[in-house]
Design a protein around this ligand. Structure first.
Ligand code: C5P
Length: 215
């Protein structure tokens, strides 16, 4: 019998990562932040002195990525440079193909004694796990998301200009939703959760109510 899988997609700073961690903890499921895979490929590429647009080098790195690689927990992955590089390597079809097996493997055989898996990203419900037991598409207005990102940067002591954060957010949204392969969009059967006016507790309660109705 296959274990339950929950797919959580959405744009940057929508709150999907926090929500995915909390949903996983609530059910005793393993959690995979799939954005960290694309970030890892982007950071490794930069460390090799390559251009983030170098498709061949990016695909080679993606094919070699393993679940226990230390790069996946490297603090450099959280920076904005990593985020921009990630969204550039994410448009390369060979990179996406290489990371597909990694993600499906996690969904099918979650690590440890987890009783299921939660994957969050951009294309989990549409491409990676189209048969997921429950699908959530978490969103919020671009202004609310830029404001959240700004606060997060300030808390980490990183100086940022509000208008630049908003422009970066819009640029990443455009790249993620307009790319030819696996663009960011809600799956037809996804529950759309707009967190613009919600705190993390309210988002979790809404997600659990939806998942409960599906499983
Ligand atoms: O979610 P996060 O902001 O860490 O993702 C970084 C970038 O990785 C995204 O902007 C997107 O381009 C890419 N990504 C993706 N598909 C996923 C997860 C992330 O294309 N499933």
């Amino acid at each position: 019998m296959s274990l339950p899988v929950i797919a959580i997609d959405g744009p940057a700073a929508s709150g999907k990562g926090t929500l995915a961690r909390r949903v996983a903890a609530a059910y005793g499921f393993a959690h995979l932040d799939t954005g960290s895979l694309y970030r890892a490929v982007g950071v490794l590429l930069l460390r090799l002195g390559k251009d983030p647009g170098d498709a061949d080098a990016a695909a080679k790195i993606a094919r070699a990525l393993k679940p226990d690689d230390t790069i996946l927990t490297d603090p450099d992955l959280r920076g904005d440079e990593a985020a921009q590089a990630a969204s550039q390597v994410a448009v390369v079809p060979e990179v996406r193909a290489a990371l597909l097996d990694f993600q499906r493997g996690f969904a099918k055989h979650p690590p440890g004694d987890a009783r299921g898996a939660v994957l969050d990203g951009r294309d989990i419900g549409t491409v990676i796990c189209p048969d997921a037991d429950a699908k959530l598409f978490v969103t919020a207005s671009v202004e609310v998301r830029a404001d959240r990102r700004l606060k997060e940067l300030q808390e980490r002591g990183i100086p940022a200009i509000p208008s630049d954060v908003l422009e970066d957010m819009k640029a990443r949204d455009a790249r993620d939703s307009q790319r030819a392969v696996a663009p960011l969009r809600p799956a037809g059967d996804a529950f759309v959760l707009d967190t613009s006016a919600m705190n993390a507790e309210e988002a979790l309660a809404a997600a659990i109510a939806h998942i409960g109705s599906k499983t």
